[in-house]
Ligand binder design. Structure first.
Ligand code: ATP
Ligand code: MG
Length: 562
């Protein structure tokens, strides 16, 4: 039940704050995976059946162009049962059918997430920033039977739908009608609110998320009902520090696994309120106004947003209810953490995870933060640093960040890359799942990110992680952000090259002088062999839709690869 999941997390949290040894944490954090589990029935409906209900709303949605929406857990259950009836009634969907959901942050997105759980259909979320080609690829590779979107993307869907033989149903979320499309808003008003949630086994497929595509084509990553539905308990209580009284704002786009983490499962397991700002276009002023105007207690966003916020004059704003801030998706620079603390008085707690996992490691409230480290392993996983032969390396040695999967495979790990057994097999070696990231564990058990395996630079025998060099650069006041990659060199094989975005005040500086100054600065603040021998000043860095730096693009350009 949600109560027992929340209690389990709460008890473990108390131990965590009391610095309990990891062995006792592991003993405490032992959720039993039942044979059957469905988040809508076992968690959301259970909240509505409890005598003592969560104090805050389940969903609180605000927008500059529409009246706000506030749903209690009862209203969420009621509306999502009707949405489930739309899917299994007029849309003719059956358990196991795949549904591609392309919607911005509108309340219907939350309803349809829950409706898919209730009907046992497999949800495939996608971002609205996809192009016609991306959508065609996703529809064909997923063989989705139904697509749900709004009027802005419907014409794009229509332009590719004839190439997708599995696609039977197009459902439009709009007040307007469109030829060839069923209308969700209209159908919702006509269907019954009685719906019996299907009995899903814990290991039945629940969702397929596409990875962010930072290193290559996004991969279809399948999760079971218990993987996120129970596994994200750790995220909610330990990392996001949520209780029934909290209001969490996660700025993530609806297309990424982080929206499942922080906009659905983790907060709702704890009975917390999910706050949403529609925000069609990201804007730092809106973020600061929202944090000061609404009783948001936990703020969850990505490093790129924190980097933008600390460039602003934040002294004009007060965030009276804000208690806890977290960052995930990319490493966060210590300099940015420091500036955020100077303005808000709050630390930034980091989380490390993947579309394939729940939180792998993090800094949890009450724990000492070592800036630059993303904290300690989550009690959900046995995290180790291993060499290429999958042997655990001594503390202080760089290696592959890995999760132990033998003898017991963690239930909160993805099931597989859909239709790609080879790729799935490649990331399991020996007793471990290999994340594809490199890191170091220090003597206190803290983990330090070195970089994605492909991003690590090998210069004249030295291995250099881009993150450390980027951090050093960010400490210089001229630098807004940077990306460090390898560049070919006839003598050293590879050298360190930095692409630097300058703060506006430095845009007209003499670049040659500034290059030397930045190189000297890096030599001063980190081991001198890491300094960037080449620096290029650019207006912006190539990023994924979710805001992650695509070093691969810069590296390919350097090496003349397409
Ligand atoms: P793709 O797998 O398609 O290339 P991706 O790996 O960026 O894309 P995600 O699953 O969204 O897709 O991101 C997970 C990755 O993000 C991790 O493997 C890691 O490289 C990076 N990451 C996430 N959180 C952190 C963090 N706190 N510090 C450093 N890196 C992080
Ligand atoms: Mg990845």
């Amino acid at each position: 039940s949600p109560g027992s999941l929340a209690q389990l997390a709460g008890r473990t949290m108390l131990r965590l704050r009391g610095h309990a040894p990891r062995s006792s944490l592991k003993k405490l954090y032992k959720p039993q995976v039942p044979e059957y589990f469905n988040f809508a029935r076992n968690v959301l409906d259970a909240w509505t059946e409890r005598e003592k209900k969560p104090q805050s709303a389940a969903l609180w949605w605000v927008s500059e162009s529409a009246p706000e929406v506030r749903w209690s857990f009862e209203e969420l259950a009621f509306n999502s049962r009707r949405a489930a009836n739309v899917l299994c009634g007029p849309c003719g969907l059956r358990r196991g059918d795949r549904v591609l959901l392309l919607l911005p942050r509108v309340p219907q997105w939350w309803l349809l997430n829950v409706a898919c759980m209730r009907t046992g259909t497999v949800l495939i979320p996608g971002t609205c920033q996809l192009t016609a080609r991306d959508i065609l690829h996703r529809l064909q590779s997923s063989r989705a039977k139904c697509v749900i979107t709004d009027e802005s993307l419907a014409p794009v869907l229509d332009s590719v739908a004839s190439h997708c033989s599995s696609l039977h149903t197009k459902l439009l979320v709009s007040h307007k009608k469109r030829e060839g499309w069923m209308n969700f808003n209209q159908l919702l008003r006509t269907v019954s609110s009685d719906h019996t949630c299907v009995e899903t086994r814990s290991d039945d497929p629940m969702t397929i998320f596409f990875t962010s595509g930072t290193t290559g084509s996004p991969k279809m990553t399948e999760h079971s009902h218990c993987s996120f539905g129970i596994g994200l308990t750790v995220n909610g209580r330990y990392w996001l520090d949520l209780t029934e009284r909290d209001v969490l704002w996660n700025t993530s786009d609806t297309g990424w696994a982080k929206s499942a983490w922080s906009s659905i499962f983790a907060p709702w397991i704890q009975g917390s309120c999910v706050f949403v700002h529609h925000m069609p276009r990201f804007d730092t002023t809106t973020v600061m106004q929202t944090l000061s105007r609404y009783p948001i207690s936990t703020f969850c966003t990505v490093p790129t947003v924190y980097r933008m916020l600390v460039q602003e004059d934040m002294s004009r704003y007060r965030f009276p209810n804000l208690e806890h801030c977290v960052s995930a998706g990319e490493p966060i620079n210590p300099e940015v953490m420091e500036r955020w603390k100077a303005s808000t008085g709050l630390d930034i707690y980091e989380g490390y995870g993947q579309t394939e996992t729940v939180l792998i490691a993090g800094t949890f409230k009450g724990m000492e933060i070592k800036p630059g480290s993303f904290g300690k392993p989550s009690p959900a996983y046995d995290v180790q640093i291993v060499d290429d032969a999958c042997k655990v390396v001594p503390q202080g040695t760089e290696g592959n960040l890995a999760i132990r999967v033998k003898p017991n495979r963690p239930f909160s790990l993805f099931t597989k890359y859909t239709d790609d057994p080879e790729r799935t097999a490649q990331c399991f070696r020996g007793d471990f799942y290999l994340t594809g990231d490199r890191g170091v564990m220090d003597q206190d058990g803290y983990l330090w990110f070195v970089g994605r395996a492909d991003d690590v630079i090998n210069s004249a025998g030295y291995r250099i992680g881009p993150f450390e060099v980027e951090n050093a650069l960010t400490e210089h006041e001229a630098v807004a952000e940077s990306a460090v990659v390898s560049s070919p060199d006839p003598v050293r094989g590879e050298i360190v090259k930095a692409f630097v975005v300058l703060n506006p005040a430095y845009k007209s500086t003499d670049y040659d002088e500034l290059t030397v100054e930045l190189q000297e600065h890096v030599k001063r603040v980190t081991a001198p062999y890491k300094y960037p021998r080449k620096i290029e000043f650019v207006d912006q860095l190539p990023k994924t839709v979710s805001g992650k730096i695509r070093r691969v693009e810069l590296r390919n350009k350097e090496w003349g690869r397409s």
